[in-house]
Write a protein that binds this ligand. Structure first.
Ligand code: 5GP
Ligand code: MN
Length: 317
């Protein structure tokens, strides 16, 4: 039996299903979770989606009003994790995954640790939502406007608006089809990628002022503190996009963005052509994609900066 057929069999068998994704969920995480939620409802199931906190940017997506912050840990026959490469990233809600009778992982990260009983991971896909599209089509689920909007949100956010090298011809075929059934692609694009909240803009301004260029301009480095987030009244997701600023500057090969958080520092890294930043993040227990990766590290901003620069400089030499 193929992996996808096994997944469908488990969905059919399960009376109670929970859909989970990573902490600080981005558009791909929320979009993929809700595309599966809407699809399973169409299939006659009533799954729970548990996402404690997410950016209000994604509140327009069909199904957000049904998202739960918590539930009964013992309740689930089947847990499905989407867009999450490592059980550590399920963080406070990994308990729902661990306690489920059957666990499925659907993802697109090359560093996925295959932490499910069944794993369907395609690192060649630019977004987990594009993996989900393939799965839903295999299940003969009708891709409604609602499901299409959720999938498109994942694709647009994880491809930086169709511009990353990870984009495939299927990405455009799907988007073209969505246009043909009347989905307002440019409106979704504007909602999830272009419009910035004021705190997001203010944090960009602070991060740009602090940007340093190291190693002959091959490394761009910047950071924000907890105090910056308090001063700007930042909400969940308001730091999104800052790491992209450095990567887009001529000559930069690696962009590093460090954000002070409760547990230490959350690091985001991006690269252009030559450096595999997920390899660097893996050294510190994180992961991601070759050109977009992250890790949470202990220590102050300065200590974390020093450790990261040591590794990046070694690779650039
Ligand atoms: P971002 O910089 O946007 O937070 O994350 C970039 C990519 O790296 C995303 O695909 C994200 O899932 C992954 N990533 C970020 N932080 C971590 C981490 O701590 N561990 C792992 N395994 N992946 C991460
Ligand atoms: Mn993703």
């Amino acid at each position: 039996m193929s992996t996808l057929d096994s997944i469908l069999e488990e969905i059919n068998k399960a009376n109670s299903i929970v859909i989970l994704t990573h902490e600080n969920p981005d558009g791909d995480a929320v979009g993929t979770a809700l595309s599966l939620y809407n699809a399973l409802k169409q299939y006659g199931k009533s799954p729970d989606v548990i996402i404690p906190e997410y950016s209000k940017v994604f509140e327009f997506l069909p199904g957000t009003s049904e998202i739960k912050k918590e539930s009964d840990v013992e309740k689930y026959d089947l847990a499905i994790s989407v867009d999450c490469s490592d059980i550590k990233m399920l963080n406070g809600f990994s308990k729902y995954f661990e306690n489920a009778k059957m666990r499925i992982v659907i993802d697109h990260h090359s560093t996925n640790t295959m932490f499910g009983d069944i794993n369907f991971v395609n690192p060649d896909s630019p977004a987990c939502s594009q993996v989900m599209l393939v799965i839903l089509k295999h299940f003969d689920i009708e891709i409604t406007k609602e499901i299409g909007e959720c999938i498109l949100t994942g694709i647009i956010t994880d491809t930086g608006g169709f511009k990353y090298s990870s984009v495939t011809s299927e990405t455009f075929e799907f988007t073209s089809w969505l246009l043909s059934i009347g989905i307002n692609v440019s409106e979704i694009y504007r909602k999830v990628l272009q419009i910035k909240t004021r705190p997001n803009f203010e944090l960009h301004r602070i991060a740009m002022n602090r940007m340093e260029f190291l190693e002959d301009g091959k490394i761009a480095y910047t950071y924000i503190t907890k105090a910056d987030e308090e001063d700007t009244k930042a909400q969940n997701g308001d730091h999104e996009g800052i790491v992209e600023i450095g990567r887009d500057i001529e000559g930069v090969e690696v962009s590093i963005f460090v954000r002070e958080v409760e547990k230490g520092c959350k690091v985001s890294m991006r690269s252009n052509d030559d450096v595999n930043v997920s390899d660097i993040c893996l050294i510190f227990g994180g992961g991601g994609h070759p050109k977009a990766a992250g890790v949470t590290m202990q220590g102050t901003i300065e200590q974390v900066k020093e450790k990261l620069l040591y590794q990046v400089k070694a690779i650039l030499k």
